[in-house]
Design a protein around this ligand. Structure first.
Ligand code: ZN
Length: 430
């Protein structure tokens, strides 16, 4: 790309950056946790339409996607899960097409008194925007949008079709991105600005969610010996799962992309409930678990090992021998994905273009990272033959309290994205 054009693109991002920050603030103010994404999605649809994109907004229907590879089971049908995709059609179609993907759903904010400022009242201090979802990943949606906006500002549109995806369900199933595939959206590459410090993600684990349900025998606590405490029975089962986690993480079991990562597969007991009354021996307990698996690791084999681990541990507890724990799979049934293994020309080309753009903006080489969380990249890479580049801004405390995103980092990612689009898709005058 000639240097003058590059400079014009970079300064167009700069001059639109206040608007970009304002957009991020407004988007972050929508409490778009699972089931409550509609306001944020309506806002996204409006913003895309206002910028000349053709907007496709639809409610995800489980029946449409349940048969597809990569589908994760859900308890109910989706009454309220709405995807939004904006299309920018090129007149010339002389370049390569692109999907710009981001998710609008955020994880629950947790107890409000643990936040320094209210999670859905975004505020900026010292160059960071605070708020639930600001980093994961509304800043990415903002950078996608304002990269396109910068090109428009200087009179250009991408010279290939660009699909701007604002999806739901990333944080629990990925079924939002899957529904975009079902709807027919395809491109030569996908860019997903998840917040991984301006590094290119070259491997991500798979994730399995499961729930363990234990039934005990309720008695008055005065005769506790005769009862079967379902809550206390959970403790050795959780310990057994952690022992399994340690086995899977042993250096000799580690996937080649994770040789240098200390503890790549994490087991998290993220929710627990049980019992009805403090003076009654609890008759039930239920806990929800998230477990990682390596790229290439078979999900069904992993599930069998999880089940065997739980059944074996249950054998040690007298009442569970008669009433073994039940295991329910709702939520992530996600395979791992390694962009590093994509040997296609498209992948090499896309990574090369990103490398150049990143270097032009930061003056540095593009670092690669194997992450320990999943992203929607797997759908494009594994099931649609579309190399998926995960590259986004620096954020802190995502899924935690006082989540925040580094605005200068978002500016650089927006610039890199604008250069990437210009180079990957080519440009045509508006
Ligand atoms: Zn995310």
């Amino acid at each position: 790309m000639d240097e003058m054009l590059q400079t014009r693109i970079l300064s167009a991002v700069d001059s639109g950056f206040d608007a970009c920050t304002q957009f991020l603030s407004e988007l972050t103010s929508y409490p778009s946790t699972r089931g409550r994404e509609q306001g944020a999605q309506e806002f996204m649809a409006q913003e895309l339409a206002a910028r000349g994109q053709k907007v496709d907004s639809w409610r995800i229907d489980v029946d449409d996607i349940a048969h597809m590879a990569g589908f994760s089971p859900v308890k109910d049908n989706y009454e309220d899960a709405v995807n939004v995709v904006g299309t920018l059609s090129s007149r010339t179609r002389k370049g390569r097409s692109l999907i710009l993907n981001g998710h609008v759903d955020v994880v629950p904010e947790g107890p409000l008194d643990m936040w320094d400022t209210p999670p859905f009242e975004p505020c900026v201090t010292d160059g960071w925007m605070h708020g639930r979802g600001a980093g994961d990943m509304k800043a990415g949606l903002a950078s996608n949008l304002f990269a396109l906006e910068a090109l428009r500002h200087i009179g250009f549109a991408p010279a290939a079709d660009v699909y701007f995806q604002s999806v739901v369900e990333e944080e629990c199933t990925g079924n939002g991105a899957l529904a975009c595939l079902q709807r027919g959206y395809r491109a030569d590459a996908a860019l997903i600005p998840e917040p991984f410090e301006e590094k290119l993600v070259t491997a991500q684990p798979g994730v399995i969610w499961f729930k363990v349900r234990l039934k005990g025998l309720p008695t008055h606590v005065a005769y506790a010996g005769a009862g079967s405490n379902a809550i206390e029975a959970a403790i050795p089962l959780i310990a057994a799962l952690h022992a399994m986690e340690a086995r899977w993480n042993a250096p000799e079991c580690r996937d080649s992309h994770y040789q240098q990562v200390h503890h790549p597969l994490n087991l998290n007991v993220g929710k627990i409930e049980g019992g009805d009354w403090v003076s009654s021996v609890p008759a039930w307990c239920e806990f929800g678990v998230r477990m990682g698996i390596f790229p290439g690791q078979d999900i069904e084999a992993a599930k069998r090992e999880i089940e065997a681990t739980l059944q074996e541990a249950a054998q040690e507890i007298a009442f569970l021998r008669d009433c073994p724990p039940s295991i329910i799979y709702h939520g992530f049934r996600a395979e791992g994905y390694a962009l590093a293994e994509d040997t296609s020309q498209n992948a090499a080309k896309a990574i090369g273009v990103l490398e150049k753009a990143h270097n032009a903006v930061t003056g540095k080489a593009l670092d690669r990272v194997s992450i320990t969380a999943t992203t929607d990249a797997r759908f494009f890479g594994l099931y649609a033959d579309i190399p998926a580049l995960v590259y986004g801004p620096r954020a802190e405390a995502i899924h935690g309290f006082n989540e925040r995103v580094d605005l200068e980092s978002m500016r650089r990612v927006t610039q890199t994205t604008a250069l990437f689009i210009a180079q990957w898709c080519g440009l045509e005058p508006i």
